[in-house]
Ligand binder design. Structure first.
Ligand SMILES: [Zn+2]
Length: 193
């Protein structure tokens, strides 16, 4: 982002912080941060190097979480009604970048975004995701993992699907086991034996 002071000044960034909404009931109606009749046109300027594709996602209910690993800015964009389930999204994003970097090769971009879009897709430095913690972890590790093959190596995911999806599945399994261990319980059983 080239012009944060123009589009996302500190005062606005604080109001959009995901931590402000940690106790908000899941799927309850979002609040209004900037009333519609006070909106002014803004131009967000981005610059990226060594990318062969781009995408953007926009939503007035996005709230922001941030973490860093090794200088990589790891961002989470969660829809406000989902913020209670996305509190660790930015830090899990950072853990995913670290796990893949330690194992497969250092992440080469300066940023990674996990965005709440109710489905999964990968772009350089941006992944669309859905769900909530802990079930979204596999999706994060997977879509972020695409940035090694589809992203940095730049292979054609249509013509060489095995190199892209195949290696990414391999990275997903390895990354998850590094971060969460061999077994992760997503739904704790209600009864014990
Ligand atoms: Zn995939």
């Amino acid at each position: 982002m080239q012009n944060p002071q123009d589009v996302l000044p500190d005062e606005l960034r604080k109001r959009l912080d995901i931590g402000n909404f940690k106790d908000k009931e899941w799927d309850s109606a979002p609040s209004t941060i900037t009333p519609h009749d006070t909106l002014v046109r803004k131009t967000w300027r981005f610059h990226a190097e060594n990318v062969h594709d781009f995408a953007f996602t926009a939503d007035p209910t996005y709230r922001i979480g941030e973490a860093t690993w090794n200088g990589v800015r790891c961002v989470a964009l969660a829809q406000e009604p989902h913020c209670s389930g996305w509190q660790n999204a930015a830090s899990y994003n950072a853990k995913s970048i670290k796990a893949h970097s330690d194992w497969f090769g250092l992440y080469g971009y300066p940023k990674m975004v996990v965005a709440d879009a109710r489905d999964g897709m990968e772009y350089p430095m941006l992944t669309l995701d859905g769900g909530s913690d802990p079930d979204y972890r596999g999706l994060f590790v997977h879509e972020i993992g695409h940035n090694w093959f589809y992203g940095m190596i730049g292979n054609n995911e249509t013509y060489r699907a095995m190199l892209d999806e195949g290696f990414t599945q391999f990275l997903t399994a390895g990354g998850l086991s590094v971060i969460d261990g061999d077994t992760m319980v997503e739904d704790t059983p209600k009864t014990s034996y």
